[in-house]
Ligand binder design. Structure first.
Ligand SMILES: Cc1cc2nc3c(=O)[nH]c(=O)nc-3n(C[C@H](O)[C@H](O)[C@H](O)COP(=O)(O)OP(=O)(O)OC[C@H]3O[C@@H](n4cnc5c(N)ncnc54)[C@H](O)[C@@H]3O)c2cc1C
Length: 463
């Protein structure tokens, strides 16, 4: 018979979302929490990530609120030189293991079931031991898996691969010991971009890389996503966005204005971009990527034969000496939004434009401190994951609106200024910086025009 597992909250998933939410519950209520994850260690997708992956944002804003990630150092070398450090996969995995071992478990309120599945009927099943527990959840199940992403290491390529073709997931290129004839990078997202940059940094000639891109993407310039001493520059980025939003005549015009200001970047400015997933890159990475000129734009790959790659709109030659690099996983899915807070359930989703961990942690604080589910949903109305350029203005608009609602809640407003995860949380420390004074004036002048115009632009694109 299944043993009973009694808990106030049962959190499904020990990734960034489950960890940030739990951390907030620990600080803001006295509930007991059980965390269940299929993976053998906390960290979610980072457990299986490719070895050369790094956060695309500064470590300063990533993880759980109560435990800092990294040393807040400025990098002096590489493509992130001059900017605050961005943790790699090893550091992130060690971080989450430490949060679990040194903070969550010693609290005496958290139980952790790694290598275990949570089933829809409420059972927790150990993958290796086979033990089964029947969960009795007094408050809520916190589902962090509704928007679980797919990564190349754990999902097969979305195209056929003939026998004899060398096709490896993004991480496997680090294990190649003999120089191949060349590399074919398949994918247009952040993983593909990282694979290209890593190969170039290893000394692979740009001419030995062919890049198959179904779409061109917009990328955020890391210059405007910085903490601490570089925060005034990031705040200038907010002014730049609001001014463009106040003046833009269309969404395309909005992106053009923001590209002129170098807030948004495109690898190839001659190609219209439609993909927008909110990833951040540095201008040094951009310079490397622009060295690759063999770019194939014939849609998605359908199959790879020994001598040709067949795409939606044509084919290109290949050979058995080429390494084909699968960077084509779907990433984060776009699913219909559903209320985040329900009587017996929290379905973790984002509710505004911006970095994820701040929002994930906020959801836990709201759950613990706000009385009714109705009020919680008013403060954090969910939005869909962004995927295309039109998602940026609508996510930004949602953020402007619900930010105001949360500011009217003293406990939440206090938390927002105190948490290290809030990208603008330290702004008061720099209030006298000339950049901050300038940006503050610009924001004041255009904020209401930006909100009104943004609503028009979003309405026009939805019509
Ligand atoms: C390469 C890469 C780089 C990224 N970089 C950044 C970045 O710099 N900044 C940023 O904000 N975001 C980044 N992201 C986005 C990233 O998705 C989030 O930061 C965050 O890590 C997602 O965490 P999560 O907990 O929502 O999901 P996941 O990490 O996917 O965790 C979900 C967990 O749920 C578990 N699970 C699912 N179903 C069950 C079940 N039934 N029973 C038990 N367990 C289950 C899974 O095993 C998994 O471990 C990046 C994503 C990728 C792929």
């Amino acid at each position: 018979m299944a043993e009973e597992l009694e808990t106030d909250y049962l959190v499904v998933g020990a990734g960034a979302a489950g960890m940030a939410f739990t951390d907030s519950l620990l600080d803001h209520c006295d509930a007991t929490i059980t965390i269940v994850d299929r993976r053998h260690a906390p960290g979610g997708h980072w457990i299986d990530a490719y070895p050369y992956v790094r956060l695309h944002q500064p470590s300063a804003f990533y993880g759980v609120s109560s435990v800092p990630l990294g040393q807040d150092a400025l990098d002096v070398a590489g493509t992130n030189a001059g900017y605050y450090e961005t943790a790699g996969a090893d550091e992130i995995r060690a971080y989450y293991a430490n949060v679990m071992l040194r903070r969550f478990l010693p609290s005496g309120r958290v139980r952790y079931f790694p290598s275990s599945d949570f089933l829809e009927d409420g059972r927790v099943v150990s993958r290796l031991g086979g033990q089964i527990w029947k969960a009795r959840v007094r408050r809520k199940v916190v589902d962090t898996t509704y928007l679980e992403g797919a990564i190349p290491a754990t999902s097969p390529p979305p195209f056929q691969v003939a026998d004899g073709v060398r096709c490896v997931p993004a991480g496997q290129i680090t294990r190649i010991s003999e120089r191949p004839e060349g590399f074919v990078i398949i994918g247009a997202g952040k993983t593909a971009l990282d694979a290209c940059v890593w190969l170039l940094e290893q000394g692979v000639l740009a001419s030995a890389i062919r890049w198959i891109k179904p779409r061109e993407g917009w990328w955020l310039n890391r210059r405007f996503q910085q903490p601490h001493s570089l925060l005034p520059q990031s705040y200038t980025g907010l002014a730049i966005q609001l001014e463009a939003m106040a003046q833009a005549t269309s969404i395309r015009d909005l992106f053009a204005r923001l590209e002129d200001e170098e807030f948004f970047l495109r690898v190839d400015p001659a190609v219209p971009a439609s993909m927008f997933r909110g990833a951040i890159i540095s201008e040094a990475e951009l310079r490397l990527l622009r060295q690759i000129t063999d770019v194939v734009r014939l849609g998605h790959v359908r199959r790879i034969e020994r001598d040709e790659i067949v795409l939606d709109e044509g084919s290109v030659p290949t050979s058995e000496g080429m390494v084909h690099v699968h960077c084509a996983s779907r990433g984060l899915p776009v699913r219909p939004v559903r209320p985040i807070y329900e009587p017996e359930r929290v379905t973790v989703q984002l509710f505004q434009w911006g970095l994820a961990c701040y929002q994930l942690a906020t959801l836990g604080v709201v759950e613990a401190t706000v009385e009714s589910d109705e009020e919680k949903n008013r403060l954090c109305p969910p939005i869909a994951n962004w995927d295309t350029d039109t998602d940026y203005p609508s996510a930004f608009l949602a953020g402007l609106t619900n930010h105001r609602a949360r500011e009217g809640h003293p406990a939440l407003a206090r938390w927002a200024t105190a948490t290290r995860l809030n990208p603008l949380g330290e702004l008061a420390l720099y209030r006298d910086d000339p950049l901050v004074i300038d940006a503050r004036g610009r924001i004041k002048r255009c904020a209401s025009a930006a909100t009104n115009n943004l609503a028009k632009l979003v309405g026009a694109s939805a019509a």
